[in-house]
Design a protein around this ligand. Structure first.
Ligand code: GTP
Ligand code: MG
Length: 333
């Protein structure tokens, strides 16, 4: 509790009064940590009426207050890594493929053809994140940035009912009221890629305001790349697209570490081998995503409700394949 009471707000920064604080928040800098990791030019260009020299003073003060920006010794890094949370997918096979569940403080990418289960996994994580830790949850709330209008509250209800059947005998104290679960899932439609990028700022503000009640432990973007892909088709501005996607991913990574949250993004595979060279089933986003996402899962349809998941490019885990199912009650083995 002490940690909670000691939390400083951006008004604690020298030189930041109520009006500057408001401008900072409007630009998405709602915590001292968010300011501490910004660059002076980034801050000056996104906050109204702020010069670069003011920005760099504020950033310097934020770094001191937030105690970040310096080198850390290995044992400190180790301590932080020990705090990494794991969120269950609902399938123990899938969990073990990725080292025990979806990790906080990093980005996990789900890619695969239509119907491969990306959106279903996102729904399931929105439910599971609210569960107690003893059953693989993170006791938090979820934010979904929905670019394709595929979020379905009815599906959440079915999944909560599934968990109830699975757990109610063994854990009679866990509540399974679908309405309560829906209340802890914050969904925003993103209408284009610009809007999608801006929604990450809104997500940070929301997460900041929920820190002491129901902390946001999951941010999902379904789909990360659809808007980027459709807006840039045939414009010959692939480099520009990749640059914006790269910045967007870094915003997401920052969110993951600031809030010790899981970030999950979905990505379609390209079905147009004539547009780009190489593997016709390559996920969109190319190198940018390959370098930023810590875990990349490739999903494929199999017989009936079975799906195959393969882990690719993981820094610490062996590559492998597992089978899971998409059932009436959600993701299962
Ligand atoms: P795109 O977004 O189109 O690229 O696909 P996706 O990978 O997001 O696919 P999604 O997760 O939406 O998977 C859809 C599949 O999940 C369907 O084909 C069904 O097999 C399964 N599914 C979806 N809803 C239900 C449901 O209510 N009950 C059951 N049993 N299966 C469902
Ligand atoms: Mg989908």
């Amino acid at each position: 509790m002490a940690e909670v009471q000691d939390r400083k707000t951006i008004e604690d920064l020298p030189g930041v009064g109520a009006s500057t604080a408001e401008k900072l928040r409007d630009a998405g800098y709602s915590s001292i940590e968010a300011i501490a990791v910004a660059s002076p030019s980034e801050l000056a260009s996104s906050v109204a009426d702020m010069s670069e020299s003011t920005a760099s003073k504020i950033i310097k003060a934020a770094r001191e207050l937030a105690d970040i920006g310096g080198f850390e010794t290995g044992d400190v890094v180790y301590e932080r890594r020990k705090k990494v949370g794991k969120l269950t997918t609902g399938s123990s096979a899938l969990d073990s493929l990725i080292g025990g569940g979806v990790e906080t403080q990093s980005i996990t990418e789900l890619h695969g053809e239509f119907g491969s289960g990306k959106t279903q996994i996102v729904h399931q994580l929105c439910v599971n994140v609210q569960l107690p830790k003893e059953v693989g949850g993170l006791e938090g709330s979820a934010i979904v940035i929905d670019t394709e209008n595929t979020f379905r509250p009815e599906r959440i209800t079915q999944m909560v009912e599934g968990l109830k059947i699975r757990y109610e005998d063994e854990y009679p104290d866990i509540p399974f009221d679908p309405k309560e679960y829906l209340k802890n899932i914050h969904v925003a439609r993103a209408y284009n890629s610009n809007h999608q990028i801006l929604l990450v700022d809104s997500a940070s503000q929301l997460a900041e305001s929920l820190r002491d009640s129901k902390p946001v432990k999951l941010l999902a973007i379904d789909s990360l790349t659809a808007h980027f892909r459709s807006e840039y088709v045939g414009r010959g501005t692939l480099a520009d697209r990749q640059q914006r996607l790269n910045r967007h991913l870094h915003d997401l990574l920052r969110f993951a570490s600031l809030f010790d949250a899981v970030v999950v993004v979905t990505n379609q595979v390209m079905a147009r081998p004539d547009v780009f060279y190489g593997d016709p089933n390559k996920p969109i986003g190319g190198h940018v995503l390959a370098h930023t996402a810590t875990y990349r899962l490739s999903l494929k349809k199999s017989k009936h409700n079975k799906r195959i998941a393969r882990l690719i490019d993981s820094p610490s885990l062996p590559e492998g394949e597992v089978i899971f199912s998409v059932t009436e009650y959600g993701i299962a083995d």
